[in-house]
Ligand binder design. Structure first.
Ligand SMILES: Cc1ncc(C[n+]2csc(CCOP(=O)(O)OP(=O)(O)O)c2C)c(N)n1
Length: 545
């Protein structure tokens, strides 16, 4: 068997459905083997970075590593931001890059970089395939490492001559079930004792809880104990934001309404947050007990040093807590109810505001009305991300895709493309700033070519708004952050998509709905009034300093 065919057989064995990428001449044997595959679809993109964002999103949503492909040198260097996104975000990703022949090359050092070495700090593992007979074990290993907790990126380099070799053994390795590691009885009883003792306990739901199917056990825990909870940006949706026990999302690390409650809590059960995601609270002193419940132990920093660690499968730990606390345990909650009401009022009082340009609060509220519970909003990074994570209610896991780990611009559109490919019947929306959209806007062509159903909402302030907000926060003069934009309506049309510009606040919800009814790819350009950034997210929050 040809080595590239064996490589594809090994990918099929892993259940790979899609490979996203931009091939180069060094990948042509592999590309031909992919063409012959009955189960793997190749998705051509217009930039390698977008391919890796898409593959990482596939991994994020399924728990099975997404796969992306590039050539050597410049193709591989184009991948790095998205590989880092997968690695920090804990999204399982297998990255395949090509390379010139390693045995004999007639092109000297042309295009050659040490890509394996470049990938090492960005991945859980990176390897060059030197012998074709090692393909099955290296592919199996790559998927296993990428998928096991804490998930992340793994890189395999397949040189051109190795891909062309003949192998006489075409067996691949069966996928094994990895038996979960459960927390020890001692850790569980120590935590349960602390929970029973607490007078003002709170539960925090973080990104790790979104990765695995923890919704049911967490919901049961909350229902049985009545404990009030908040979440991190990436923990949104695990337990429904509709739940009467939900307080709010910690979009900041401190000094927001929700932190009033967090500060008062004498115990926080942190389920699935690790400090790679921007911290939802900052520990200060030992008066507040933090129980770290995660697949892995805590990374200790001055801001996070949990006194109790319950390391093992999150679902099992939470189910044990529910069981050990028993039917009679009820979490004290009256103390936090007034804070919860105050948060509700602060978050929602401008939801129906009619002014134009549109307030971010109104945009969030209209998007929520248009997307059903299982609709997915894929956020790029910018000021609107804070508004969405703080104000948008989620009812199902992974329905607000946020990157709060690398927090890179440019991922919003590709991640929405991946969702639209995977769930053609769901309402999918990319929510981008005009800055972040332009970082990967070429993927509009991919969306149109693939005939996807997708709405791209561009929050238009003709500036890098978030940095302006930080600049204002530091009382610096407004400098260096304004830009011009293309005509987004014409821009959409030039790709064969539909373009819409919102001219009145009342139009937004109607236009968004109409886009989904009509289907296809749409850009909706919405002028935003970002004066709220300073007014609400700076001046108003000064009360908490
Ligand atoms: C790739 C990358 N470059 C720069 C940044 C720093 N950064 C964070 S938000 C932001 C501005 C985003 O502007 P835009 O997309 O227009 O959204 P807005 O903040 O205006 O809502 C910048 C430059 C980043 N996070 N990622």
């Amino acid at each position: 068997m040809k080595a590239s065919d064996l490589f594809v057989k090994a990918l099929e064995n892993e259940g790979v459905e899609y490979i996203f990428g931009v091939p180069g001449e060094e990948n042509l044997d592999l590309l031909e083997s992919i063409r012959k595959s009955k189960s793997i679809k190749f998705i051509l993109t217009r930039h390698e970075q977008a391919a890796a964002f898409m593959a990482a999103t596939y991994g994020r949503l399924t728990g099975h590593a997404g796969v992306c492909l590039s050539t050597l040198g410049p193709g591989a260097t184009n991948l790095v931001t998205a590989v880092a996104y997968a690695q920090l975000g804990a999204f399982p990703l297998v990255v395949i890059t090509g390379q010139k022949p390693i045995n004999e090359s007639y092109q000297g050092k042309f295009q050659i970089l040490d890509i394996v070495r470049m990938m090492r700090p960005l991945t859980k593992d990176a390897d060059q395939i030197v012998y074709a007979r090692h393909i099955p074990s290296l592919v199996r290993g790559a998927f296993r490492i990428a998928e096991e907790e804490r998930p992340g990126a793994v890189h395999l380099e397949l040189p051109e001559d190795v891909a062309r070799e003949e192998v006489d053994d075409d067996r691949v390795f069966p996928k094994q079930t990895i038996h979960r590691v459960f927390a020890s009885d001692r850790a569980i009883s120590k935590a349960v004792k602390a929970i029973k003792h607490a007078k003002r306990p709170l539960l925090l739901v973080g990104a790790g809880a979104n990765r695995k199917r923890t919704r049911q056990v967490l919901s049961e825990f909350i229902e049985r104990t009545g404990m009030m909870f908040f979440n991190t940006q990436m923990g949104k949706g695990v337990v429904s934001g509709d739940d009467s026990n939900f307080i709010g999302t910690a979009a900041f690390s401190s000094k927001d309404y929700v932190h009033e409650g967090i500060k008062m809590a004498d115990l926080i059960i942190n389920v699935g947050h690790d400090i790679i995601e921007k911290p939802p609270f900052i520990m200060n002193g030992d008066d507040q007990i933090v129980i770290h419940v995660n697949f892995h132990s805590a990374q200790i920093k001055g801001i996070y040093y949990p006194q109790i660690e319950v390391v093992g499968h999150i679902s099992n730990s939470m189910a044990r807590f529910t069981e050990e606390l028993g039917k009679d345990y009820k979490a004290p909650r009256e103390w936090v109810k007034p804070i919860r009401e105050k948060i509700k009022e602060a978050i929602h009082h401008l939801d129906d505001d009619n002014s134009f340009p549109i307030l971010p609060q109104r945009i969030v509220s209209d998007v929520r009305k248009v997307l059903p519970d299982d609709g997915i909003a894929c956020l790029d990074n910018g000021m609107f991300k804070l508004w969405f994570t703080r104000h948008y209610h989620t009812f199902m896991p992974n329905t607000l895709l946020v990157d709060n780990a690398l927090a890179t611009m440019g991922a919003g559109l590709p991640s929405a493309l991946a969702c639209a490919i995977m769930y053609p019947k769901k309402r999918i929306m990319a929510v981008c700033g005009d800055g972040g959209f332009m970082m990967n806007s070429q993927e509009m062509e991919t969306a149109v070519r693939l005939k996807l159903n997708l709405v791209v909402l561009i929050i238009n302030d003709s500036a890098y708004g978030m940095i302006k907000w930080k600049q204002a926060g530091q009382e610096l003069p407004d400098y260096g952050l304004d830009f011009g934009n293309p005509d987004f309506v014409k821009y959409a049309e030039s790709y064969g998509a539909k373009g819409h510009r919102i001219r009145k606040t009342e139009e937004l919800e109607k236009v968004l709905n109409a886009c989904y009814v009509e289907k296809g790819v749409h850009i909706v350009d919405v002028p935003v009034d970002y004066s709220q950034n300073t007014k609400t997210l700076l001046d108003e929050l000064k009360q908490f300093e």
